[in-house]
Design a protein around this ligand. Sequence first.
Ligand code: FAD
Ligand code: FES
Length: 272
Amino acid sequence: METVKIKQKARIIEKELLAPDIYRMSFETTLCNEAVPGQFILVYPPDSSKLLGRPICITDVSEAGQSGSGCRKVKLSIVFRVSGGGTREIAACDKGDALYIEGPLGHGYPVDDDIISGRKIVLLGGGLGAPSLLFLAKKLTDKAAVILGYRDSSLNHFLADDFKALGHDTLIATDDGSEGIRGNVLEAMEKAGIQADLIYACGPMPMLSAVKKYAEGHKIPAYISLEEHMACGVGVCLGCVVKTTEKDPHSNVSNARICTEGPVFDVKDVEI
Ligand SMILES: Cc1cc2nc3c(=O)[nH]c(=O)nc-3n(C[C@H](O)[C@H](O)[C@H](O)COP(=O)(O)OP(=O)(O)OC[C@H]3O[C@@H](n4cnc5c(N)ncnc54)[C@H](O)[C@@H]3O)c2cc1C
Ligand code: FES
């Protein structure tokens, strides 16, 4: 299914500092009312000299009434870290300001019954991987195990309370052991004796490579969201390709575009 490209100016209705340099921002919009977990939006910094939108995962979508034209309005939330000029400009905007956003883009986490039914589901979020999994956690009706990895306690285990409030068993792991279980999310899963039958993961590439190795070693399905660098965000520039295990029958190359075929992939389908 091709993603329809839609860009709109959206008003910021909430902004919250969750941890140093990490913000939750919510927009009121008629875009994304059909968004699914794992999809992302492009957020355009207000300085028009920065032409490219910054890809940010959709963390939540909830009803916000009807627009004047009868379209369903939603409150669309994102969580992002200030990592460079674009995200700094976005973070400098306040409630009441409006920014161009575009989306929903990409393909989300597969959650069909034949994939999830009867399985022990584990969500693994490393750092800024947690925001993409929160929307997924909201849609899961069965209790999942959630393990969130942080560098250290200074990140205030951001979003962990949101996962807990949804009723999921939520564990915290830190690299330095300053909070929760010491180690990465996979080490924490093993230390806590959690046996996964199905993994959904988002986080830095070394973590996702380890998840692929673990899932293939244990012969369990796993889906990962890749957050590599992007430019156009809509499949045109080929600036975001990942190597795939199979050749694409149309292009005859072993590549997929993260922005269009992803960002979520079955671990079996990508070489990372
Ligand atoms: C599909 C997708 C979803 C994403 N979701 C989120 C999210 O939910 N929350 C969030 O905080 N970030 C997310 N990112 C990363 C975010 O897009 C980048 O941090 C942002 O574009 C950086 O823009 P900038 O102008 O602030 O920084 P730039 O000046 O462009 O870069 C500043 C620094 O950030 C690094 N950087 C740039 N892009 C990325 C990237 N894609 N991944 C890792 N490092 C990067 C650069 O190498 C550089 O070191 C996502 C990326 C993708 C592709
Ligand atoms: S970012 Fe341009 S093709 Fe993916």
